[in-house]
Design a protein around this ligand. Structure first.
Ligand code: F6P
Length: 365
């Protein structure tokens, strides 16, 4: 789209909810309305609402007083893929490409560009829409911090804060009862939340998918602490962590979802395994969706505002089909086509792993 031709945009939030979504919606809509006088359509429930043609014009008032609110005023969905939408033919579910209907629905309202706020699943579809000729702009969301191309996603900082506060509280029961307390955090196939919250809370053991653990090492570490008079241990485990030569623990499969696998259960498995091997009393706590809830941290509010503002500025400049990112402390963007199908894992030489090892934290190796 040529510079200056932008009149109307649509905005949607896709995938799991995340603290800071409303802050992005607010920044997008206020920049678009205030600075450029654009129409802003809010699509309801992510790609599901786009498929079902559910969208409303947003006013300045609609996006006021939402900066601190968790969740998303637009609603979201992580089970709708416009390129493989599950429909029933007779009694049988079948996948259908309904993306052309989505493009038509946007064109019918005169929408010039679509801002997709989401994680890797949302960006994969956004990249496909770009190939179909739609002008799109991505904004990187997820508590997991696993989106390729950006140093950080909004929502991650809040999730780490929530997890750290919870782990801090677990310390009292661990030390009073001389237990091994295992805290399972989210993160899907990456260990960003576990690594940051584990280091921040002074966890004794941090287990992440990028470093498959040896049960023997974890047990030796906990027993060693007990023998030295430190009669409790805190283990922070990412939901995607796995034993060396083992498998991730899958909680459920959701066939209609772009990523059907839902992880969960490694905390309980670990508690049973450590208890069996050592006789130490163990308890597992799964933090779950608590990590996605609540008001965004100040850092996430500011980051989300920068991302939302940048998305509109780029579109106004005629830039298209990119993901807004934070790189080296600066906001920039990368082509959506470079993001699709990739995830950002914790590098083995990450500074927090080095620091953790140096201060005696076990990574189960
Ligand atoms: O991607 C965010 C996330 O919370 C992951 O950490 C977790 O694995 C997944 O979503 C849970 O998804 P659902 O809300 O569908 O259970």
């Amino acid at each position: 789209m040529a510079k200056g031709k932008l009149r109307s945009i649509a905005v949607m939030t896709g995938g799991g909810d995340c603290p800071g979504l409303n802050a992005v919606i607010r920044a997008v809509a206020k920049t678009a309305i205030n600075k450029y006088g654009l129409d802003v359509w809010g699509i309801q429930d992510g790609y599901l609402g786009l498929i079902e043609d559910r969208m409303e014009l947003l006013s300045y008032d609609d996006v006021s007083n939402i900066l601190t609110r968790g969740g998303t005023i637009l609603g979201t969905s992580n089970i709708a893929n416009p390129f493989r939408f599950s429909v029933k033919v007779g009694n049988k579910p079948q996948s259908k490409d309904v993306s052309s209907n989505c493009v038509k629905a946007l064109k019918a309202r005169g929408v010039d560009a679509l801002i997709c706020i989401g994680g890797d699943g949302t960006m994969a579809s956004a990249a496909k829409f770009a190939k179909k000729g739609l002008v799109v702009m991505g904004v990187p969301k997820t508590i997991d911090n696993d989106l390729y191309g950006t140093d950080v996603t909004f929502g991650f900082n809040t999730a780490v804060t929530t997890a750290t506060e919870a782990i801090d509280k677990i310390h009292t029961t661990a030390s009073s009862h001389h237990r091994v307390m295992i805290v399972e955090v989210m993160g899907r196939y990456t260990g960003w939340i576990a690594l940051y919250s584990g280091v921040a809370s002074g966890a004794d053991v941090i287990l992440i998918p990028e470093i498959p653990y040896r049960l023997r090492k974890v047990c030796e570490y906990a027993v060693g602490r007990s023998r030295r008079g430190r009669r409790f241990s805190i283990v922070v485990v990412s939901e995607g962590a796995l034993e060396k030569h083992g498998r991730m623990v899958v909680k459920r499969r959701i066939s209609s979802s772009p990523d059907p696998i839902r992880l969960g259960g490694i905390g309980n498995k670990l508690a049973a395994d450590i208890n069996k091997e050592t006789g130490l009393e163990c308890r597992a706590v799964t933090l779950g969706h608590v990590q996605r809830g609540g008001t965004p941290s100040p850092y996430d509010r500011a980051l989300a505002t920068s991302f939302g503002h940048a998305a509109v500025e780029l579109l106004a400049e005629g830039v298209k089909n990119r993901l807004v990112v934070l790189k080296g402390g600066e906001i920039s963007s990368i082509a959506l086509s470079r993001v699709a199908g990739k995830i950002k894992k914790v590098p083995r030489n990450h500074r927090l792993i080095k620091a953790g090892l140096a201060i005696g934290t076990s990574f189960g190796t």
